[in-house]
Design a binder for this molecule. Structure first.
Ligand code: GUN
Ligand code: FE
Length: 431
């Protein structure tokens, strides 16, 4: 059987936000790309499968980045003295304009994808730029990497850099439909899918939003965007959409705020009104919590405890280049740390996130956007990391939960030895 094997080692995965499964020296079975279970003793029916002995190593689900900008990888760590709107016009927009040049795009996207392949993330929801050829090139590179991704050609027909902005709503819609149909029919990717990507309300005219809803209906596509990241941005949305009760309502006006059959990710959600949370809960809109970006751009602290209490789905995002680090281990430790400041400084009812909760958000929480992903429960897709954490050993015995905490806080001291996506080891793909 292709794609069927057994790993033996210390297996750790989330069952729910508060419940972590820790199975020392156990067998993790992959059957045709899906997880068949975790066992103390290997059941008879799996004894003929190839066994990889990873005794002493940690085996974790692959991590999920629910929000990353591929073209911004080139200027990560720069411009961190600005807030969102200024940073977009000084850094993000001029850099993204360069992706009209496919030679530049190939060089830049090549290093982004290669670094992602080697890191701990196995899945990502990715923003490209508004350029169709470069967006397809990024999808080709991601497909070749073995990672599983949702990729969006960005829509932006107003309030942007003259070299970047699309000519008008018609052009943007025509290009989007061209890109979607090429991605779905001509390319027929296995691991790479299109996701509609209106950049945010200030970048998209009403006509463009109406056209995107039509494309969504026609092709049944998911959608990703930004929501309530920065106070200046929110004031701007209020000016642009005076009839909308809040920022979420500005998307909802066009039918672009989740609901049955239209899975939606909104990045940030820092400054949210109570009615917006009600709507997110009812529509099952995913929050991509991007704590490092929210610190770097001085945006604020998202009220993650409020989202979790309501049962709103939440995952973690790097938001490169708002964030500097692609690794979702870093987003986990940042999420815990900012939640402590939120509790201490803003709301004593909002208990800080635990390690178990942060690990859940970066695996099964965000993974839910991709289906049964981010855990080793039976029938989950087999995305797994085999980690050598011997660089973190202490002069006393560490429990598995202590080792997991150290990996989350100091991933740079660990080595990823194997990285499986849908049962395939993508570190062994030659590049
Ligand atoms: N809002 C609109 N575009 C962007 C972007 O590129 N990065 C971030 N952090 N927020 C945005
Ligand atoms: Fe972003």
């Amino acid at each position: 059987m292709e794609n069927s094997f057994v790993l033996k080692g210390n297996v750790c995965y989330s069952i729910s936000p508060g419940e972590l499964a820790l199975a020392a020296n156990s067998y993790l079975v992959c059957e045709e790309g899906l997880c068949a279970g975790v066992f103390q003793e290997l059941p008879e029916q799996y004894r003929r499968l190839p066994l990889e002995d990873c005794t002493g190593k940690m085996i974790l689900p692959g991590l999920v980045d629910l929000h990353v900008h591929a073209p911004q990888y080139t200027f990560r760590c720069l411009g961190m003295d600005m807030e969102l709107i200024e940073w977009l016009s000084h850094y993000a927009f001029p850099e993204e304009a360069k992706y009209s040049d496919l030679i530049y795009a190939e060089k830049a996207y090549g290093s982004f994808v290669e670094d992602l392949r080697r890191g701990p993330n196995t899945r990502a929801a990715v923003f490209a730029t508004c350029h169709v050829p470069a967006s397809l090139l990024l999808m080709d590179l991601l497909e070749a990497s073995g990672l599983v991704t949702l990729v969006g050609k960005v829509n932006m027909d107003r309030n942007s850099h003259p070299d970047l902005q699309e000519a008008d709503a018609r052009t943007s819609i025509r290009d989007t439909e061209d890109w979607v149909s090429r991605a779905l029919k001509e390319k027929a990717y296995r691991n790479t899918e299109p996701i509609l990507t209106p950049r945010f309300i200030p970048s998209c005219s009403d006509d463009l939003m109406v056209g995107l809803k039509e494309i969504q209906r026609k092709y049944g596509l998911p959608l990703q965007s930004h929501l309530s990241e920065n106070k200046g941005e929110i004031a701007w949305v209020r000016e642009l959409c005076p009839a909308a009760a809040n920022y979420s309502a500005a998307y909802d006006h066009f039918g672009l705020f989740g609901g049955e059959g239209t899975p939606t990710i909104m990045a940030h959600c820092v400054w949210m009104e109570e009615e917006e949370l009600e709507l997110m809960e009812a529509r099952r809109v995913f929050v991509a919590h991007c704590p490092q970006s929210n610190m770097n751009l001085a945006s604020g602290i998202a009220p993650i405890r409020r989202f979790l209490n309501r049962g709103i789905p939440v995952g973690l995002g790097s938001d490169v280049a708002g964030g500097c680090h692609t690794s979702i281990f870093r987003a986990m430790s940042d999420a815990i740390q900012v939640s402590k400041l939120y509790w201490r400084l803003l709301d004593q009812q909002a208990a800080p996130l635990t390690i178990e909760e942060a690990f859940y958000l970066g695996t099964k929480g965000g993974g839910a956007f991709f289906g049964k992903v981010g855990s080793f429960l039976p029938s989950y897709e087999f995305d797994a990391l085999v980690i050598d954490d011997s660089g973190l050993r202490a002069p006393y015995d560490l429990s598995l939960s202590q080792r997991l905490a150290r990996i989350i806080y100091q991933p740079d001291r660990c080595a990823i030895e194997r990285k499986f996506v849908r049962g395939r080891d993508i570190l062994r793909i030659d590049s």
